[in-house]
Design a protein. Structure first.
Length: 320
């Protein structure tokens, strides 16, 4: 297990940009805007790609070029997300991330007409596209799009949901996360030595062999969580309400359906696996009973489920 003391907290971000004033940032954004605007102007009012495989291949090729281009603004978003990870209290970085988000959502909304229009084409035309040799490269993505078509809304409705995502989900999650990231706790090991640690470091301590230290860390973790419980409750309710509205509008029959479709997972497989694991809950019970014995305890406390019992210094070949 890697100790927090060995994790690098300084990264060489110059591999992405020299600094925040690197002229490459503006150049990339200008090129991205130019590509997106040209694409929209060329295709927005055309419908030939909805019936002609050759035209469809052309528009998909051009859109892929935009999505995967190193000139897209996603590189700038990645750069500032890394900077934010190192310092979440820097309001200038947060403001920059918000501006990048607004910029990207604008162009997500501008370009989504392709998938939305394609999702509405007749079944016979879908079948034609899925066997066209011209579209072999896109068969898998098209098949997935057509299967998910009944859950895709109108262009205006999709725009609203994209715009609401940050206010109804992301902002809530980031708020609670930032509150917790700032928290510290004082722990004491078996010798009585005290140490002040961040919450992330406290979670690391509950894995250790020193019972006094891990119990002390768990106590501090519980104190911090209780302090922010009301905030977390409102966050969770807001996220769930947004999820419920989204699912209702898209007519999903179960809460995990969108996730299963995205991962191309059969719901029946998930349900069968859930039943099998639930039926044999005695396995985990026996495992934790054995773990308690190995730790010399009658039973484990909740936070001791993750205690490391040691290390295995064995190497295995690929065939093994």
């Amino acid at each position: 297990m890697i100790s927090p003391k060995t994790i690098k907290t300084k990264w060489d971000l110059s591999l992405i940009y020299k600094d925040e004033k690197d002229p490459k940032i503006l150049l990339q954004k200008q090129n991205f805007v130019r590509k997106c605007d040209a694409f929209t102007q060329k295709w927005k009012r055309r419908d030939d790609y909805l019936t002609d495989p050759s035209a469809l291949k052309q528009i998909l090729d051009e859109k892929e070029d935009i999505d995967e281009s190193p000139e897209s603004d996603y590189q700038e978003a990645y750069y500032y997300s890394l900077k934010n990870s190192l310092n979440q209290d820097d309001t200038e970085i947060t403001a920059k991330i918000n501006k990048i988000h607004d910029f990207l959502i604008k162009y997500v909304n501008e370009l989504q007409f392709v998938e939305i229009k394609l999702s509405k084409i007749p079944k016979d035309k879908q079948k034609e596209f899925l066997v066209s040799s011209l579209l072999t490269k896109y068969h898998k993505d098209l098949k997935k799009l057509f299967e998910n078509a009944k859950h895709i809304l109108s262009e205006d409705a999709e725009k609203v949901l994209n715009l609401m995502g940050k206010t109804s989900y992301t902002n809530w999650v980031e708020m609670t996360s930032q509150f917790l990231d700032r928290e510290e706790g004082v722990v004491k090991d078996k010798t009585g030595k005290k140490e002040k640690l961040l919450l992330s470091e406290l979670f690391h301590k509950i894995r250790g062999q020193d019972k006094a230290l891990r119990d002390s860390a768990a106590k501090e973790i519980n104190r911090i969580m209780k302090k922010h419980a009301d905030t977390a409750e409102h966050e969770l309710n807001a996220v769930l309400e947004y999820k419920k509205i989204n699912d209702d509008l898209r007519k999903f029959k179960r809460p995990d359906e969108q996730r299963l479709i995205g991962g191309e997972i059969d719901a029946q497989i998930v349900d069968t696996l859930t039943k099998a694991v639930t039926k044999r809950a005695d396995i985990s019970k026996n495992y934790y009973h054995l773990k308690a014995q190995l730790l010399g305890q009658k039973k484990l406390r909740y936070h001791e489920r993750v205690v490391n019992l040691g290390s295995i210094d064995l190497n295995f070949t690929y065939k093994e």
